[in-house]
Design a protein around this ligand. Sequence first.
Ligand code: SF4
Length: 187
Amino acid sequence: MSFNAYKITRVLPCLADPEKIRVVAEVLGEIQKVFPYLNATLEGCIYNHPALTLTFKKGDKIITLHPLHITLTKIDNEEEAEKILGWLQNLVNETYLGRDKIQPDYTMRQELKPTDIIKLLPGTNCKKCGLLTCLAFAFKLLRDQIGIEKCAPLFSDEFTEKRKLLFETLRNAGLKVPAEPFESGNS
Ligand code: SF4
């Protein structure tokens, strides 16, 4: 297997961010063979083995690999898309070459939903984050449109357990979690 070539075939408006684009590229090569190895080595992948799709984030970009094409979301322009596709081609080929040292992972992980997040927030709808409800905060958090530190009450002693669980959940999903002092600090 090798990821031989790619070609951008469609450039569409980005549904997640109207100022960005979504790019679809066809690929030449049986890249699905590397998905379980990428699932084992990349953080926060969402792998669907029966459907043969693998989704992960690179910064704020969302990348989904399919057997014959790749979609890139929240992309600035075609030049950026080309750079990411080149990076992906290397990543796929190098991971496949080194697969003997990797235990393939066929686990399917579910995408986080706002309802998964809201139960780990204070749930008081206090509006200190500038939003009307904790649910609205959860939506924005998952879209990378607000930082977790904006929920000041979460950093009080009262919510230490929830905060730790939330950070772990976000980290496991490959989302950004602030470093110290937020993890251990109080409000
Ligand atoms: S600051 Fe936190 S607790 Fe208050 S509404 Fe926002 S998310 Fe909910």
